[in-house]
Ligand binder design. Structure first.
Ligand code: PLP
Ligand code: CA
Length: 302
């Protein structure tokens, strides 16, 4: 359903939803796990869906890890998930650059963590920046300017706990002074749940700093942009109407599903409460909502 349409229905017949699609795309944090803790009933639910022949795909906006690093996280949590089924926004940045044939003799400046570096490296792109620039101080050249690499053709910005003014100025110089330099954001999540105790400033805060200085809108490759949806629809040869997108956040996951033409299911096991869903301030209505994905095991037709 389109945004602003019919209010979401409480999921009552899970089997009907499961039978109506061939693929489930699961958001990770708030759906599969919360931080480092597995959400109840997830292994059994995924096993049931696999036994029914459903394709399972996992899409996360958290760019701090690569697909390989997420593969380890799934394994540590006891989940049987293949690296090929995981699409993190770190990977999306590298896949986007590949999709536009970003020249291998150009460089990428990274404001973000290790996952982005690992995915760029795997894709064969030259990069600079990343966590190690967190220790850098600006060194002024005679004439009082900061030098930057004129071969940087793209600045990729994601969640970065090593963020500082050096990086802001470096990224800004690249975007403003290198002709055609791209400004790519892995995601723009306003806040994240690094711990359950409170909300933490998300990747959108780092993206916002560069937007503020360059006055350029970033090209977003994570949810809710359709880049990853188009990518995986093509990779697996899926029609998006045959997909159900399951997520806990309205302005990333549910919008991602709706932008892609998928069925959408909101779970209340993450950042969104039923009050937020039903608030007059919210215009994003999924097709269905339910407490958590293990409801698939119990919600049968009446
Ligand atoms: N970005 C960061 C830094 C996060 O810590 C999280 C969740 O923990 C997210 C984004 C959102 O991840 P997801 O798309 O899996 O909900
Ligand atoms: Ca989430």
């Amino acid at each position: 359903a389109a945004a602003g349409a019919v209010p979401a229905a409480k999921l009552e017949n899970a089997d009907a939803l499961i039978d109506s699609v061939e693929t489930f795309i699961f958001d990770c944090d708030g759906v599969i796990w919360k931080g480092d803790k597995l959400i109840d009933g997830v292994p059994e639910t995924l096993d049931m869906l696999r036994s029914k022949g459903k394709r399972l795909v996992f899409v996360t906006n958290n760019s701090t890890k690569s697909r390989k690093q997420y593969g380890k996280k799934f394994e540590t949590l006891g989940l049987n998930v293949n690296e090929e089924e995981i699409f993190a926004s770190s990977f999306a940045a590298a896949a986007y650059l590949q999709s536009i044939d970003f020249p291998k003799d150009k460089k990428v400046y990274v404001i973000g963590e290790d996952g982005i570096l690992k995915e760029l490296e795997l894709a064969g792109f030259q990069y600079l920046g990343g966590p190690s620039d967190g220790d850098k101080k600006i060194e002024l050249k005679p004439g009082f300017y900061m030098e930057h690499d004129k071969d940087v053709g793209a600045v990729v910005v994601g969640f970065d706990r090593y963020f500082n003014y050096y990086k802001v100025q470096y990224g800004t110089l690249c975007i403003r002074e290198n002709p055609g330099c791209l400004f790519i954001a892995t995601n723009r999540d306003a806040v994240t749940h690094l711990t359950d105790a409170q909300e933490w400033a998300g990747g959108g805060s780092m993206v916002g700093a560069i937007l503020g200085s360059t006055k350029q809108e970033p090209l977003v490759v994570g949810k809710p942009s359709t880049f990853m949806m188009d990518y995986l629809a093509k990779k697996f040869g899926i029609t998006t109407s045959q997909i159900c997108m399951v997520g806990d956040r309205l302005d990333t996951d549910i919008l991602f599903g709706q932008n892609g033409g998928c069925k959408t299911l909101l779970v209340l096991s993450g950042v969104t409460s039923v009050q937020m869903l039903q608030s007059p301030d919210n215009s994003i209505q999924p097709d269905f909502y339910t407490n958590q994905i293990s409801d698939f095991l119990t919600l049968k037709a009446a």
